[in-house]
Design a protein. Structure first.
Length: 353
């Protein structure tokens, strides 16, 4: 008699991409698109609220959406880098003051180079200097975490303090204005076809990072490390090197955010990114990334950042005390995490059967 027993599947050494196909279909669909669902619900709520309160339209105002888009740029740039880190099962708490350090560097370099270079080249030099300097805290974070096995929370929290002190020292405890450069104001506050330059730059950057995460070997290795680090190591992935580059990428995203902050306000400030740390992590979590690692996407993070921006701007628009935005964002985070936990619980129950 021929033995028809199927051979066990070959162990490739790399964990499959994290998904929750075993969960009920409706839970999977809600979990995967929860950020976009939150966004639609919030927009409808503010539209109805504004019409009933004072007869104005929230959705139909171009100015509102332009403002929301600008609100989104800074936290989104930080959140893009944080997405890579969280998918790998890490976290980066230093990005807020890394952004502030980069903003101060951008202002100083733009002022110095502006004395000899044309205004556009001086601004470009400031942006490049900000991104390069921002990579230094990321490099140190990567070494601490990958070589010395310091937990990401502790290592990046320590770098948070170092970057904070360096930023305030470099700024002399005050803001650093950019003077005599008209181009930086155009870049930070100008528009093309009604779309702010800051938004255009952010969109291009997000598209590039989406491609890196979803279509390149670096991105696939990132998912593999977050899903199962031991399996990724057995598959031959150089985890130490990957982690170093991962935190450099996160810091450079914050560096770009700092440079654009300087362009928007024509001044660099050490505290530029301090209030954005919670927002950037919240955007990643609301967007569908799991703090356990192995899942998440740039597009989900974009939706998460828009959710936070709509909450912040919408509450101001309907004349509600801005302190309520912290409550609203917190509630959305809790709901998002509960949906993720519900999805994982169903998946775990199915796998145990």
């Amino acid at each position: 008699m021929t033995n028809t027993t199927a051979a066990p599947p070959e162990d490739t050494g790399v964990a499959p991409p994290a998904d929750h196909a075993d969960a009920p279909g409706w839970i999977s669909r809600i979990a995967e698109g929860r950020a976009w669902l939150f966004l639609i619900v919030l927009v409808l709520v503010f539209e109805i609220w504004s019409r009933l309160s004072f007869g104005a339209t929230f959705v139909g105002s171009t100015y509102n959406w332009q403002s929301i888009a600008i609100f989104t740029t800074a936290p989104l740039l930080l959140a893009v880098g944080e997405t890579f880190v969280i998918i790998s099962s890490g976290i980066d708490l230093s990005v807020g003051f890394t952004m502030g350090l980069a903003a101060v560097v951008a202002a100083h370099v733009t002022n110095i180079t502006g004395q000899t270079l044309p205004a556009p080249l001086a601004v470009l030099a400031g942006v490049l200097a900000a991104v390069i300097v921002a990579g230094i805290p990321g490099f140190v974070n990567g070494l601490l975490i990958s070589r010395l096995r310091v937990p990401p929370f502790i290592g990046t929290l320590g770098m948070y303090g170092v970057a904070r002190g360096a930023a305030y020292l470099l700024a002399g405890g005050t803001t650093v204005p950019v003077s005599g450069n008209s181009f930086i104001s155009t870049l930070g506050n100008g528009t093309i076809g009604g779309v702010p330059w800051l938004v255009i730059i952010t969109i291009v950057f997000v598209i590039v990072m989406h491609y890196v995460l979803s279509q390149t070997r670096f991105g696939q290795h990132n998912y593999a490390i977050g899903a199962n680090e031991q399996a990724a190591r057995r598959a031959g992935i150089d985890i130490r090197r990957h982690v170093v580059w991962l935190y450099i990428l996160s810091s450079m995203c914050a560096g770009l955010g700092g440079a654009l902050y300087t362009a928007r306000y024509t001044a660099g400030a050490a505290q530029a990114g301090e209030p954005l740390l919670l927002d950037c992590i919240a955007a990643v979590v609301i967007g569908g990334a799991s703090l356990f690692g192995g899942s998440g996407s740039i597009l989900g993070t974009v939706a998460g950042a828009l959710v936070i921006a709509v909450i912040q701007y919408g509450l101001v628009f309907v004349d509600v005390q801005p302190f309520w935005q912290f409550v609203a964002v917190g509630v959305v985070i809790i709901i998002s995490v509960l949906i993720d936990q519900l999805q994982r619980r169903f998946s775990g129950a199915r796998q145990d059967e």
